[in-house]
Ligand binder design. Structure first.
Ligand code: NDP
Length: 501
């Protein structure tokens, strides 16, 4: 990749259509491969967020935006998609610097954001309103209207994709949005703001405010003028924000954590399964909500399969996110690595056996970075803490199972319900399991594939609500029923006849 150092944002935040110095505490973005600093800048303050919300309210109510027809709104989304596509190199560079993810992955994420904007542009201009079945002497209709000002609060692991999944349908639905990216990865959202501004979106309709979650994020949830929040992040934060939104009677969608089961049957194509499992847990260094972090292998093949899996894991290439061929890049930062290492220690305390990894890689090239070897742990029961809790790192636990009833029971015996992978050649069995396991997404003989046309979200501690798909537009709108009288007659209850003075 050519030198893109100049591509990093300049440290101003995007407030009400203008680039300004933030009034909040400083935020530092670092490159977790070598610990070098990308940028330190002032994040947004609560007062900045107040101003952004007021500007969003005015911009949303302005006839220049409010009165646009859907196909006219769609034009902005197509332009934003073109802008992202033209800047994929910059976006992937910034995101790899900001998160430590491999550039291969950040290019794919940027590509998916292009698809997201184009998809919701198309949904926007083709979504029909409905004349409902007539049951009285009135014409009845169901129509959808924008909510007004909406908010997005996003995490650090896949910022451009999380941002696009919220911003594209929210704009398509006719809203104004204030976004609060994670303090650990604030830069790519600012690059998205630059692209949106260049697409000519009316001023004030979007603000991007990196800043403290407790201050700026919380204000978005509490503020009376914000009518909906889409949150992606940890379960503890999600629960708290859900309670606040409930008190305000405001809709909120919560995309939270996971501890997703992957199931391998004795008839599975083992080569395919191993490739899918490695990708499912160790890509993004396991910092993925849908990481397949609990592996169930049928007891009859357990030892042999796990041996092959461990050997393949040992061959994975760790390294610089920008180096060709890197499969496992560093984690987001040293602080998060320390929390994952604490889980590995906890697994040993619980009586687990580390089959591979469990430590930092050796070698000068890894010394300054937040690297951790891909780790596989065996010998624990499904109710051990290591098997119950989300670790959010490159750590896989392997467990045996006996039969269908047993693996369904073990898979569902966890508070999360985000994703599941099934590896078998027996399609009817795969389908039965796909229906029986509590998860928002199930992959059969594949893992971690995504399509913007297919709904995504979790159940239980993994959250509530769905993003993506055609319905993904409607959650950003209010539905209204309209009755239009067809008789021209006074209501009989009033006892008035036509023509009576
Ligand atoms: P956090 O919940 O810590 O943070 C997420 C966002 O919420 C950040 O922008 C953060 O801001 C903000 N925030 C934190 N506290 C508050 C608060 N009191 N009020 C309002 N906003 C707040 O999660 P992480 O960033 O650590 O992300 C990792 C988590 O996200 C994992 O659990 C993962 O599973 C989940 N996730 C879920 C996905 C899904 O689709 N289901 C996808 C990706 C991740 P700040 O950074 O300033 O603290």
């Amino acid at each position: 990749m050519k030198d893109m150092t100049h591509a990093l944002p300049d440290g101003r935040i995007f407030l009400a259509g203008r680039w300004e110095e933030g009034g909040g505490a400083p935020i530092t973005s670092s490159f977790s491969h070598d610990g070098s600093e990308n940028l330190t800048f002032n994040g947004a303050s609560r007062e900045d967020a107040e101003r952004a919300i007021a500007a969003a309210k005015a911009a949303q109510a302005d006839p220049a935006w409010r009165d646009l027809l859907p196909h006219e709104r769609a034009k902005y989304l197509y332009r934003i998609a073109d802008g992202i596509e033209a800047n994929i190199d910059r976006i992937s560079y910034i995101q790899s610097r900001d998160t430590g993810k491999t550039v291969t992955e950040t290019r794919a994420l940027a590509g998916s954001a292009v698809g997201t904007f184009r998809y919701f542009a198309a949904v926007c201009e083709t979504a029909d309103e409905t004349l409902t079945t007539q049951r009285a002497t009135a014409l009845t209709a169901s129509v959808h209207e924008p909510i007004g000002v909406v908010g997005a609060i996003t995490p650090w692991n896949s910022p451009i994709a999380s941002d696009a999944q919220k911003l594209a349908p929210a704009l398509a639905a006719g809203n104004a949005m204030v976004m609060k990216p994670s303090s650990w990865s604030p830069l790519v959202s600012l690059e998205l703001a630059r692209i949106v501004a260049e697409a000519g979106l009316p001023e004030g309709l979007l603000s991007v405010l990196p800043g403290s979650g407790r201050e700026v994020g919380n204000l978005l949830v509490e503020h009376p003028d914000v009518g909906r929040i889409a949150f992606t992040g940890g379960t503890a934060t999600g629960r708290m924000l859900g309670e606040q939104a409930g008190r305000k009677l405001m809709p909120i969608s919560l995309e939270l954590g996971g501890k997703s089961p992957t199931i391998v049957w004795d008839d599975a194509d083992q080569e395919l399964a191993i490739a899918g499992i490695l990708f499912g847990i160790f890509s993004s260094s396991g910092q993925s909500c849908i990481a397949g972090s609990r592996l169930f292998v049928q007891r009859s093949i357990f030892n042999g399969f796990v041996e092959k899996l461990v050997a393949a894991t040992r061959r994975l290439k760790l390294g610089d996110p920008f180096a060709p061929g890197t499969q496992v890049a560093p984690m987001i930062n040293h602080e998060h690595r320390a929390s994952v290492e604490a889980y590995i220690k906890g697994a040993l305390d619980e009586g687990g056996e580390i089959l591979c990894g469990g430590k930092r890689p050796e070698g000068a090239e890894y010394e300054a970075g937040a690297y951790l070897e891909p780790t596989i742990i065996a010998g624990l029961a499904n109710d051990a803490k290591t098997c119950r809790e989300e670790i959010f790192g490159p750590v896989l636990v392997v467990l045996p199972f006996d039969d269908e009833a047993n693996v369904v029971a073990q898979s569902n015996d966890n508070e999360y319900g985000l994703a599941c992978g099934i590896w078998t050649r027996d399609f009817p069995r795969a389908w039965r399991l796909a229906r029986a396991i509590r998860a928002g997404t199930v992959w059969i003989n594949t893992y971690k594939q995504f399509s913007i046309s297919t709904p995504f979200g979790g159940d239980g501690a993994s959250g509530m609500g769905r993003e993506k798909g055609r319905e993904g537009l409607r959650v950003w709108q209010r539905q209204k029923g309209i009755y239009a009288d067809l008789t021209g007659q006074p209501h009989p209850w009033a006892g008035i006849t036509t023509g009576q003075e």
